[in-house]
Design a protein around this ligand. Structure first.
Ligand code: HEC
Length: 276
């Protein structure tokens, strides 16, 4: 900490500097900001016009996407009923996306999403009161510089990890089915194998884990040994068809899969007694 006299002297010097060389905020800085905002907004409007007038009403004008300057006006319509869509953020959110994978539901998610950002924000707000020195040369500010480098580095690493993270994609999960059948010993049970494939492609692994594959999200339990819980094929089928009847309001109803598929999935779960 500096002595009061020193800080007073520096403050007087600062005021003198402003008098000698400074410009008032109004109108100089405001004019500057207004011009810059106008430039940015004009660029956005110009890009929107280029996009609108080079693409057509017809979704096929661009013959896909590449021949329109900035992409087609319409792509495929959104399908709210899809179960095999894997949501991924744009690249600049990969670091946050990966943070959410590090903090597993439910114990540490509040810490990761609310706790840490709040602590960092408080530090940031307190910064002007903590760091009272007038020193601005980079090499004389080791703490700030190291903190900045660490921040950039960790965001870089998290972005990379987020970009290369493997999703529980239906096709990848499906590829694990023969291995599941072997480990659980239901290779010869056709109904169970069909159920395993249905399980792999119906979006169950977005929440549940099974022999190490899948999400582990929203508090969904591991299902590798579901068959040891004594629910029986019929009990499991009823459960999956409408879990809300059993007080589970997180898991969606899967009645729309149809009785045949539900029965297969239930048989598969009933045959899952944990790896041999
Ligand atoms: C949106 C997330 C989500 C999806 C998708 C999901 N589940 Fe669940 N499931 C849960 C949660 C959460 C629980 C635990 C509820 C509880 O403990 O009360 C659960 C419980 C279960 C249970 C009971 C487990 C036990 O031992 O109590 C079974 C069986 C089950 N799910 C099967 C499935 C199947 C099969 C699918 C796919 C067709 C599926 N789930 C899809 C979230 C999900």
């Amino acid at each position: 900490m500096m002595s009061l006299e020193e800080r007073r002297a520096q403050f007087t010097k600062y005021k003198q500097d402003v008098k000698d060389r400074g410009k008032p905020f109004y109108p100089f800085a405001m004019f500057h900001d207004t011009i810059m905002s106008l430039v940015v907004v004009s660029i956005i409007i110009a890009l929107a016009c280029v996009w609108y007038f080079t693409s057509g009403e017809d979704p096929n004008t661009c013959g896909g996407k590449d021949s329109c300057l900035l992409g087609p006006r319409y792509a495929e319509p959104a399908d709210p009923g899809t179960t095999n869509f894997v949501p991924r953020p744009d690249w600049y959110f990969y670091f946050l996306f990966y943070l959410l994978r590090i903090f597993k539901w439910p114990n540490s998610v509040i810490l990761g999403t609310v706790g840490i950002p709040t602590i960092l924000l408080i530090i940031l707000i307190m910064m002007p009161f903590l760091d009272l020195r007038r020193e601005r040369r980079v090499l004389r500010r080791p703490v700030a510089v190291v903190a900045a480098i660490l921040t950039v580095l960790s965001m870089g690493v998290l972005t990379y990890k987020g970009a290369t993270a493997k999703e529980a994609l239906a096709s990848e999960v499906k590829a694990a089915v023969p291995q599941w059948a072997q480990k659980q010993g239901f290779t010869n049970n056709k109904e169970a194998v069909a159920g395993a494939n249905a399980f792999a492609t119906s979006g169950c692994t977005a929440c549940h884990t099974y022999l190490g594959t899948g999400g582990g999200n929203l508090g969904a339990p591991d299902l590798s040994a579901e068959g040891t819980k004594g629910k029986g094929v019929q009990g499991l089928q009823t459960y999956i068809s409408d879990p809300s009847k059993f007080g589970n309001n997180v898991m969606p109803k899967f009645a729309s899969l149809g009785d045949t598929t539900l029965h297969q999935i239930a048989t598969f779960l009933d045959a899952s007694k944990g790896p041999k």
